[in-house]
Every structure is written in C-alpha cells, then in structure tokens.
Design a protein around this ligand. Structure first.
Ligand SMILES: [Zn+2]
Ligand SMILES: [Zn+2]
Length: 586
C-alpha cells in the first residue's frame, strides 16, 4: 500500500467550520489536483493546485517544510503578509519519502510514470483519511491504485506547459497559455517557432501597450499534437483529424476560425490550470481567426495581427471598429458607444487627441467608435487607438498588483530611534518606472521610483507608514476604478521617544524642599554642562560636565544646606545655552 499524505491547512479548516453550521450554504465542490511522478524509489509531487466549483481557483498550494499549505491570495490576517510566492509547478523537487513519515507502506520499483490525481476535499471520501498531526487536518491518499499515464501524443495525453516568457511568479502575472492545433508530430519545431514569431515578437516586443507591459505577462506553451495538419474547411468539404477540432466557418464566415472550446479548456486545465487567457494557433494557410473566450488565429496570413486583434476581444472585451451592416448585435463596449455626443471616451476628445471623435460604424450602424482610421480593432496593420490602448492598459493593471513583494519587518513593535528599512519590489514596465509615495501618519515623506524608504520612528504609539504606488505611464487619462494606483500600509507600535532638539525643562517639583529633578534633552552627542547658581550668580553645584550621547537626561539636585530662596540652573551645550529659575521653600 503506497500512500502520500498532504497537509492542507487554511481552507480545509474552514470546511469543517461550515459543516458545523447546518444552515450554511452549500460549499462549492473543491478538489486538490496533483501531478505525481513515480521514479524509482521516489514519488514526487510535480504540481499541486486547487479546483473549486469547476473553476480555476484563486488559491494556490505551496510547500511549507515539505507540506503543501493552502493559502488564499490576498487573504487576511497573518496570511496577508505571507503572500504565496511560488508557482506550484516549480515545486518539482519536493520528495515524499518514507523518512518523512509522509508516505507509508512499501514502494515497489516503478518505471518513471506520471499520474494525475484529483481528490475531493471532503473528509472520508474514497482514498482519503483524515489524521491531524500538529493540529492540522491531513489527507492521506492511497496511490497504489492510481491510473498512471505516460506521455502520449493524444488520447489520454498528459499535456504539460512549457515556459516561453516568464517575467515573475504566476500569482502576479497574466498567464497566457498558447497551444496549437493542426500541428503534427513533425511540426513541433514549427509550433515552437510560431509561438515566438507570431506571438512573442510582434505582440510583446512591438505592439503597444503589450510591449510596454510585457513584464506583466507570462507565456507558456503546450505542444498539442494532431494526427493531421491544418483545419476543417466545411465549405470545401475538407475534414481533418486534429486534436482541438479547428474549423473555418461556413459562408459568409469562412474566415471565422474556431476550435472546440471544451477540448481547449480540457488541455489548459491539465497543462496549466493557473492560466488566465488562452490562445490557439492553427497550422493552416487560410486567413482566419476568432476572439471571445479563446483567441484563435491561423499561423500563415498576417497571423500576428489577427492574433493581437482577437486578443483585444478576449482580453479587454474590445469590439470590432469596422462596420457589419447586417449585424444583429448592438453591443456597447469600451470602444463602442451608442452615445455620439458624450461617448465613453470623452476625456480623450477633451484632451484634444487627434482623430479621436465619435465616428459612425462600430460593429453596427447605430453605434460609434473612437478613432477615424487608426485602430487594429478596425483594420490590421494598425496600432491600437488611444481608447483601446487605455482600456487594455487598465485591464493589465487590474489583473496584477503593481508590486511583486514588499518588506515584512521581523516585528511591528519597534523602539523609537531604531530605523526600519522598508521596500517594495515595484513592477517594471519597459518604458517607464512606477512611483512610490511614502507617508508617515498621512504626511508625505518622499516620492520616487526606488521603492525604498527608511522609517525612523520618533514618538511612541501606533504609527502608519503608507506606500502609494502609481503607474504614471500616460496611456490612461481616466482611471475610475483606480487600476493604476495601489497602496501598502505598515502599522508600527513604537516604544519610547527620541529627542529632536536641545532643551532644558522646568524642574519639578517646584517650589521644593529639599530635592528636585531637572530634565534636559540632548539630540546629538555633545559636551554638556549643567550647574546651579544662587541669586548672586555664584556657582553652587555642577550637576553635569561631560560628553554625552544623544538622549533625554535627568539629574536630581538636593538643596539640603542651602537657604530658602531663588536659584538658577543653567545648561550649556555648544551654541545652546539656557537658564531657568527655581525656588527652595522651607
Ligand atoms: Zn474582431
Ligand atoms: Zn480602438
């Protein structure tokens, strides 16, 4: 019997909580998906992810001391500071072995094989047993009966995603998954080349604003192998055996090239369930493509332009800016409005951007579009117009945070005078830098692009340090949702206080008999002299005559032996001289 145990904390505990509430709403079915590799004596978890209600989850798994721990992105409490950083797929080195106690039973010598397991996160489900070491629920998975699969070209294939352009952890990137259809086993080199020449180079190296924001994207590819080359051409009666059923439309939509969505999603869910958007390149020499849930383009006739146009639909919900006179659709979108006098992009018109008006003929005759000619949503071989570019830029910034990570101090309890270095790892657009504006208790301290700030706490109590991060890229004139701004806040509890200037305080008590206390502040190292004089200016006693480091000081003066009356005390420290009066009263 071979077992793998996986510790699941966080949401799993919540599940138990909800079970206790009989009137609790039904929980969506959650399951844990594991890709497990058997290799000799080792069993490795290649990948772990969570499937929730049939959808990609907002959660990811990461290893903590060899355990997989579930955390919610953007969670609250302590977890907020410990954002999950790692792509589970990268945890390939996680070994589960007998020594750790996480795997029980005897392993037979197995060939190198891979199993994909989906386990429902329900206590008592088949293959699971719950134990609870360290107070955490534990799933114990019987792997002896798992169906294991080898890499195959189709059928029960295990599709694996390969990184093509990785700029950061997938949690804070827009993850594009590119797959091909109609590429045979001998076309894998062609597919790899197409991903670069049709997608990466034209879109992320050339087409604004994807060029500027390339660092906000990751691109992965899945080499999907078909038995036959090309796509179906129903108008010509041509049917090809391809893995994703790519097909051109019937007249008059011969250029509408689509795939079988179910099959595309199945490949994506297996290859890289963390994907955000999917593109499919079809290995066919006929012009065509489609947008929507999946962006599709043939790989031969202006494939890059078609793919970028279709991605404009898929990614940013842009509408076609060309006229379809018989369109039954009267949709309004970011670049398509029914209102000619005050269209959605009025701020661009008011800013006087040349050519930006409300022109008739966006998709349907009663709709208006923003530009006169220049938009790839109207015609290929053009840039995005300012309106579409703004909308894409906002969509990019909405999808990711403007920073990858930030300083988590070892403790939020600090001593006055002990400075705390704070930093934010800002995202990096290609052509400009983001700015961080740092405030302490609402008062701006500095604003620059370094992402670094040194907080010097001075006074006791709770103090709030805030970094407001902005994208000043200039592509966005109106930002109603605040997509281009984010803030991070640290709340410090400060103990003690720090002296900021030389000061000689009034003694207390006063009048007094026989003792009193004199307090003075020394803001920086200095030679300090403090002495007591009588009414005639005669020195009675020297209380301090020394080199002192910065800080507050206090000295007692005992007036025993001095008659009642007025006395003076005088502090001298470099340029600073101050004298105060005190009264001995018997
Ligand atoms: Zn279109
Ligand atoms: Zn446009």
């Amino acid at each position: 019997m071979k077992r793998i145990s996986i510790l699941v904390a966080g949401t799993f505990a919540c599940f138990f909580t909800s079970l206790a509430q009989t009137d609790a709403p039904r929980q969506p079915l959650e399951s844990i998906r594991l890709v497990i590799e058997f290799s000799g004596e080792n069993v490795e978890v290649l990948e772990a992810s969570i499937i929730e209600g049939g959808n990609r989850s907002q959660k990811s798994l990461r290893t903590v001391n060899g355990w997989f721990r579930v955390e919610e992105l953007g969670g609250s409490g302590e977890v907020l500071l410990g954002r999950p950083f790692s792509d589970p797929r990268i945890h390939v080195a996680h070994s589960v072995d007998l020594a750790t106690g996480l795997l029980s039973g005897t392993l037979a010598q197995l060939p190198r094989e891979i199993a994909v397991v989906t386990v429902p996160k329900v206590p008592g489900a088949a293959g699971l047993r719950v134990v609870a070491p360290n107070g955490f629920p534990l799933l114990q998975l019987d792997i002896s009966s798992l169906e294991r699969k080898r890499f195959r070209k189709s059928g029960n294939a295990l599709w694996l995603a390969e990184p093509v352009m990785v700029t950061g952890e997938h949690e804070n990137r827009i993850d594009l998954l590119v797959m091909g259809d109609g590429y045979t086993v001998s076309d894998t080199g062609r597919f790899r080349n197409d991903v670069s020449s049709v997608l990466i180079q034209p879109m992320f190296r050339a087409k604004s604003p994807f060029r500027e924001y390339a660092g906000f994207f990751n691109v992965y590819m899945v080499t999907v192998i078909s038995n036959e080359r090309g796509a179906d051409h129903p108008d010509a009666g041509i049917v090809r055996d391809t893995e994703l059923d790519a097909s051109y439309g019937l007249p008059p939509l011969e250029r509408l090239l689509t795939c079988n969505t179910q099959k595309v999603l199945a490949v994506a869910d297996e290859a890289f369930p963390q994907y955000d958007h999917i593109m499919v390149l079809v290995n066919d020499s006929t012009y065509g493509g489609s947008g929507g849930q999946i962006a599709v383009s043939a790989n031969t006739v202006l494939p890059d332009e078609v793919l970028i146009h279709e991605f404009g639909h898929s990614f940013a919900n842009l509408l076609d800016e060309y006229l379809v006179t018989n369109s039954p659709v009267a949709a309004v979108g970011p670049n398509c409005d029914q209102n000619e006098s005050s269209p959605l992009w009025k701020h661009w018109i008011q800013a006087g951007s040349p050519g930006v008006g409300a022109f008739p003929g966006c998709w349907a005759p009663n709709l208006f579009r923003p530009t006169f000619e220049n938009c790839i949503m109207k015609s290929l071989l053009l840039p995005f117009c300012v309106v579409c570019r703004e909308h894409i830029t906002r969509a990019i910034n909405e999808a990711v945070e403007l920073y990858d990570s930030y300083t988590i101090p070892p403790s939020m309890n600090v001593q006055a005078g002990d400075s705390a270095g704070l930093s934010v790892e800002l995202m990096r657009p290609a052509d400009h830098a983001l700015t961080a504006t740092w405030s302490v208790d609402g008062i701006v301290q500095k604003s620059d692009t370094t992402g670094r700030f040194t907080y010097l706490p001075l006074d006791s109590g709770g103090h709030r340090v805030t970094a407001v991060i902005r994208d000043p890229g200039g592509f966005v004139l109106a930002d109603p949702a605040g997509s281009m701004t984010e803030s991070i806040e640290w709340v410090f509890q400060v103990t003690g206080s720090v002296v900021r200037s030389f000061a000689l305080k009034q003694n207390y008590p006063n009048p007094f008999n026989p003792g009193t206390t004199i307090v003075l502040d020394v803001p920086k190292a200095a030679h300090v002299r403090l002495a007591v004089y009588d009414l005639l200016g005669r020195q009675i006693e020297v209380l301090i005559d020394d080199d002192l480091p910065a800080g507050p000081y206090s000295r007692e003066w005992d007036a025993t032996g001095s008659p009642s009356g007025v006395y003076f005390y005088r502090m001298e420290a470099g340029e600073f001289v101050e004298t105060r009066k005190m009264l001995v009263a018997r």
